[in-house]
Design a protein around this ligand. Structure first.
Ligand code: GLP
Length: 234
């Protein structure tokens, strides 16, 4: 793991954005894995301010809430349109369908899609409990794209996007740990004190399913970009 520690969250976002921009430059085709949550929002603003050319880039998102249609205001599909896709045209963009009539079939479709196009660079955040995408503690290391039950702590952490906890979905479709590990390169960004414990385990614990992000230690090309607070327990 290549670990970079910036002074501020904005500096961390700038470092990660610059790395992504460098990777996209000069490529005729590129597959970029994208993430949701608060962490990438500043980076997506940089894509917009910079008018970054993504017309040759295919994006694939990590996950989606089950039960939310793409136009639902809290769906990850809608989040991506609002934060990025409405302003920055991509060649193609893929997000799992949260309203698929058969979620299991949707996981198989999405896994096959991700495998067939192959992710060049996957952007990740990290949950306070060490999840990546929605691979909650206890997820098998060889998990492919699957339906997952969200833990109460994850629902609680994400309730700020909803009017009440009852509205936070209980399930999601997520790329699996093995799906994510198949990306050629991974950039994980974490900022703020609330991520410090998860970051500490990701970097310093023996790999364990209790802290899913520890699997990244086994990936050959991972850059972790932190601010001082997220790095405070390392
Ligand atoms: C959600 C997403 C993850 C994200 C995590 C952290 O659970 N499924 O992909 O990394 O939240 O989000 P935030 O950046 O808002 O802290």
């Amino acid at each position: 793991m290549n670990i970079l520690v910036a002074n501020t969250p904005q500096d961390a976002e700038q470092i990660a954005y610059t790395l992504i921009k460098e990777r996209l430059a000069g490529k005729r085709e590129f597959v970029l894995g994208l993430a949701t949550g608060s962490t990438p929002v500043g980076m997506y603003k940089m894509f917009k301010q910079d008018r970054l050319d993504c017309s040759h880039v295919t994006s694939v998102n990590l996950d989606e809430y089950i039960g939310l249609a793409p136009d639902h205001p809290q769906s990850y599909h809608h989040f991506m349109e609002e934060k990025l896709f409405d302003d920055v045209p991509f060649k193609e963009s893929h997000v799992p369908r949260g309203d698929a009539p058969d979620p299991e079939q949707e996981t198989a479709r999405y896994e096959a899609l991700v495998r067939s196009i192959g992710v060049d660079l996957q952007l990740l955040g990290i949950g306070e409990n060490g999840h990546i995408a929605f691979n909650e503690p206890g997820t098998a290391l060889d998990a492919k794209t699957h339906v997952t039950e969200l833990t109460e702590s994850t629902r609680e952490a994400n309730r700020r996007f909803f009017d009440s906890i009852d509205e936070v979905p209980t399930q999601a479709i997520t790329m699996g740990l093995d799906t994510i590990m198949n990306a050629r390169e991974i950039v994980l960004v974490a900022t703020g004190t609330r991520k410090a414990e998860a970051v500490h385990h990701m970097i310093e614990s023996v790999p364990t399913i209790e802290w899913p992000a520890t699997i990244l230690q086994a990936h050959p090309s991972v850059t972790v970009v932190l601010d001082k607070e997220a790095a405070s327990r390392c």
